[in-house]
Design a binder for this molecule. Sequence first.
Ligand code: C2O
Ligand code: CU
Ligand code: CU
Length: 552
Amino acid sequence: MTRVNLSRRQFLRGLIDVVGVAAAADMGLLAWSAPIHHDAGVQRMAMPQLAAPNVPLVNPMTLARFVDPLPIPPLAQPVGERTHAAYPGRRLPYYRMEMRAFRTPLHRDLPPTPQWGYQGMSPGPTLQAQRGEPLLVEWINALPQEHFLPIDHSIHGAEREKPAVRTVAHVHGARVPADSDGYPEDWFTPGHSALYHYPNGQDAATLWYHDHAMGITRLNLYAGLFGAYVMRDPHEQALGLPDGDCDLPLALCDRLVGKDGKLYYPVSDDPEAPWVSECNGNAILCNGKLFPYLEVEPRRYRLRLMNVANTRFFNLTLSNGQPLVQVASDQGLLAAPLPRKQVTLYPAERADVVVDFAGLDGKDIELRQQGDAILQFRVRDRGRRDTAAMPTALNTIERTPPATAVRDRVLTLGEMDDAGGRPTMMMLGGKHWSAPITEDPRQDSVEIWSLVNLTGDVHPVHLHLVRFQVLERRPFDLFAWNATRTLKYTGPAQPPPPEEMGWKDTVRADPGMVTRIITRFEGEPGRYVWHCHLLEHEDNEMMRPFLLRARA
Ligand code: C2O
Ligand code: CU
Ligand code: CU
C-alpha cells in the first residue's frame, strides 16, 4: 500500500468515513474479523507488526525468587472534611490523591523503575468506603509534562495537538453520577485537579480506581496509575470473613522491563502509528513487585485478586493443590463460598478468595500463574487463630428474569484488519467512539445486551455505572452474520458457570459466541461509557458512550 504522509490507520479511517465499512471491505482493504481461534484460552500474540524492542529486556527467569516482601498499599487517609452541593447539610471525608512520578525497583536485583502512581506509589493507596457514607476525592495531576511511554498520535483523542500528559480517574465498578465517573474526555493536565464525589450506595465489593484518559489509558495504567477501592457494608461485615491485616488486595499485572529498569511498552514497526493490538509482558507483578513473598499465619486470609493488566488473563492456582475458595466476584459476594482449583481472571475482573493456611505452619506455598510462581506465602505461626467459622451462605442473589427486559440490544465486537490481516482498530456495534450515541437506556429499565463477538479474540466487556448478570453464551454462525447480518445459532445456549452467577461489571465475550447480559440501569441520568477492557482495544475505538435517560 502506498502511503502519503498518512499512517495505515489514518488512511483506513479516512477511507471508511468516505466510502463506509462495507465498501472498504469489498475493496479488499479491511476484514471484519480474524479467523476464529478455537482454543479461547489462547490469545493471539504473533503480531507481524511488533517492532523488536530497542533495549535489552530482563528475563525474569534469571532473577532470584522471593527476596522482596509483598508491598501492601497503605489505606488512604482523609485530609479533612468538606461540604458538597450534592449532599446538603453534611460534612464528608475529603481525600487528596496526587499523581506523581516516582522510582522504585520491581525486584531487589533490578535498578529502580521510573513509574507514575497515585501518591507516588503503584498500586496507589487503598480507598476504603462504607456503604451509605459518601466521600470526596480530589484527583490531582502532579505528573511531568512529557509522557515516558510511546503515544500514538494517529489514535482518536491522542492527536499531536493534545497535551501529552492527560489524566482522569475512574472508580471501576462504582455507581457514580456522570460528573464524577471519569468520562474519558474529562481529562486534565499537570497542575490541574478534579474534585469527585462518591455516593457509595452499593453492596460491598472489591472495586478499583484507574486512569481513563482518552487514547492513552493503556499507557497511563502501564505507567502505574491504579489502586484498590474497597467497598464495605454491614451485611458482609457480619459474616466474619477474614478482616484487618488478613484482608489483602493483590493487584496483578504484567510488564516488559529493560535491563536499565525502565518499563518497555511494545510498538509497531510504523513510527507514525506505534499502537499494537495487545501488550503482553513476561514479568508478572503482584502489588508492583516481581516474585514477592508474604509471611502469613496458619489461619484464613481474604485475598482480593484484581487483574489490572492491559491484555493478559490470569489462571491462578496454589502450588499445594489447595482450592482458592471464591467468596466474591466483580460486584460483591457470591451466594455461597465456591472452592476452585483454578481462578481465571480477564483484565479488570476481580475475585475475592479465602485461603486457609491452618495446619501449614512452616510451609511455603506459591500463588501461580499457569504454573509459574507469582507470590510466595510463608506460613509462620505467631499464635493467632481464626475466631469465626467460614459461613456456608454469603448472599441472596435474585436472578433478573429476562422477561422483565424492555429491550435486547444486539451489539457487535469487531476488528478492522488491513489487507495484510493486521489489526488497525477495534469497534463496538460497527461504530467509532465519536459516532452519535446509540445506546440510550432509560433510568431503572431492564435491558439485555447481546454481545456478538465477530473476532478471533476474547474481549472483556465492561459497562460503567451498573452491575449486571450473565445470562448465557451461545455459539453462532459467523458466515451467516457476515452475509445477512442475522443471528443464526449453531448450538444450545450455555448457562454461566457458578463463579459467574453473582453480580458482575466485566464479562468475557468469547470468540464465536453471543454473550448475553441483563442489567437494570440504576443510577443518575447522564453520559457514561462501555468498552472492551483490553486497554489497547479500549484506546483504539473499542469504547462507546452510552446515555442514561431520565425515567419517563
Ligand atoms: Cu476499568 Cu471504563 O473502566
Ligand atoms: Cu469502569
Ligand atoms: Cu477487545
